[in-house]
Design a binder for this molecule. Structure first.
Ligand SMILES: [Zn+2]
Ligand SMILES: [Zn+2]
Length: 158
């Protein structure tokens, strides 16, 4: 079932390149690979992103990955989340102000839509005169796997 794989990859790459261009960024192989890696992944950390980029285009320095992440985050193509006490994660789902739930034990991250409506969490009960552009809500807890392990008394890996 390799028929169709190449054309699809080519068109995906074209899309990522077009979006980079549309955001006013120089298009490089590393940036295209990084955007695709972040979108295919699930709240990846920098090391995992670097590995994904290298899978796609060969060796790229960690420094280059950091620089590309910075450029794409600043351009709004990638969103950076930084749960306190954990490493930064990056995702391709941008612009909707969704929230995250983080497992206290293994650190896995999942998306949580706003509780009601479009982006109601931007409406603070008291904005102190600020023009508010983003609301960050992080739910902390145990993922199903860690919760089950804890209940069954299995030794935690942490
Ligand atoms: Zn967990
Ligand atoms: Zn997310």
């Amino acid at each position: 079932m390799t028929i169709g794989w190449l054309p699809m990859t080519a068109s995906r790459t074209r899309t990522a390149a077009a979006e980079l261009r549309g955001a006013g960024l120089r298009v490089t192989a590393a940036r295209v690979a990084l955007l695709e890696t972040v979108r295919d992944g699930d709240h990846l950390g920098v090391e995992a992103i670097a590995a994904g980029v290298r899978d796609r285009i060969g060796h790229v320095s960690l420094q280059a990955v950091y620089e590309a992440l910075h450029a794409l985050t600043a351009a709004g193509l990638v969103r950076r989340i930084e749960p306190p006490g954990g490493p930064a994660r990056f995702e391709g789902r941008v612009g909707d102000n969704h929230h995250h739930v983080v497992c206290r034990s293994c650190g896995v991250v999942a998306d949580v839509d706003c509780a009601v409506g479009e982006a109601p969490c931007l409406t603070a009960s008291d904005d102190h005169g600020f023009s508010i552009g983003e609301a960050e809500v992080i739910y902390w807890g145990l993922c199903p796997g860690c919760f089950a392990a804890r209940r069954s008394g299995a030794p935690s890996s942490i």
